[in-house]
Design a protein around this ligand. Structure first.
Ligand code: GTP
Ligand code: MG
Length: 203
């Protein structure tokens, strides 16, 4: 899929105030600093559509971007950011979860995972929460440019093995990406294009 246009629409902290157009929507979620905002920029070929930072905790609201005037990408705050207060963390958690539960336009989520790290309880817990709320998701391994090809394969295989050894019968479909090299970006866009087509065929 080619991106002809990508525009910021709005930021807010409440699912009730999100855009009302009935367009398919894809949300990017994961731990702070995993590279959600950077991946949105890489997917859309923009340097600064979504705000990024080397310091975790940059994205603090639900951010909608309209793509090709007919679907939304959503950049969310990271979970597991240690440096915000307990009450702020609770508030994030509550509006992120209510976004996932109530947003009827949400077609599926992309859960980002730093490819260098072994499975973290917070990610596994969030993915099981999505599963128990019947929210479809893909895993996206980020920052692949930081590892050699052999190490990428080993890390991904170990991650998937741990998932199937614990809660899941099969691991969810996944993408291996780098916002620096754009690895995996066309694959994600093609999948979104396929899903948009699927959705429209059912309308
Ligand atoms: P929060 O908004 O704080 O939750 O973080 P985020 O997940 O949106 O991360 P962000 O995109 O702001 O990136 C965090 C840091 O990781 C920045 O310094 C990025 O430049 C860096 N980064 C993100 N993606 C990649 C990648 O694919 N490769 C490399 N080498 N660095 C990356
Ligand atoms: Mg961000």
């Amino acid at each position: 899929m080619k991106i002809h246009s990508a525009q910021f629409v709005m930021s807010n902290s409440s699912v009730e105030q999100c855009p009302s157009q009935p367009l398919p929507e894809y949300a990017f979620i994961g731990r702070s600093n995993v590279g959600k905002s950077s991946l949105i920029n890489a997917l859309t070929n923009h340097n600064s559509l979504a705000k990024t930072s080397s310091r975790p905790g940059k994205t603090q609201l639900i951010n909608h971007f309209i793509i090709n005037e007919n679907w939304f990408l959503v950049d969310l705050p990271g979970y597991g950011y240690a440096r915000v207060s307990k009450s702020a963390k609770k508030e994030f958690q509550s509006y992120i979860r209510s976004y996932f539960k109530k947003r009827t336009q949400l077609f599926c989520a992309f859960v980002l995972i730093d490819i260098r790290h072994k499975p973290q309880p917070i990610d596994l817990e969030f993915m099981s929460w999505l599963t128990s709320n019947q929210i479809a998701f893909y895993m996206v391994f980020t920052k692949a440019d930081k590892l050699k090809p052999g190490a990428i394969k080993t890390k991904v295989e170990a991650y998937c093995q741990e998932m199937t050894a614990s809660l899941w019968e099969t691991h969810p479909p996944y993408f291996i990406t780098s916002s620096t090299t754009r690895e995996g970006c066309d694959e994600i866009l093609n999948e979104i294009d396929r899903l948009n087509g699927e959705l429209r065929a059912h309308l």
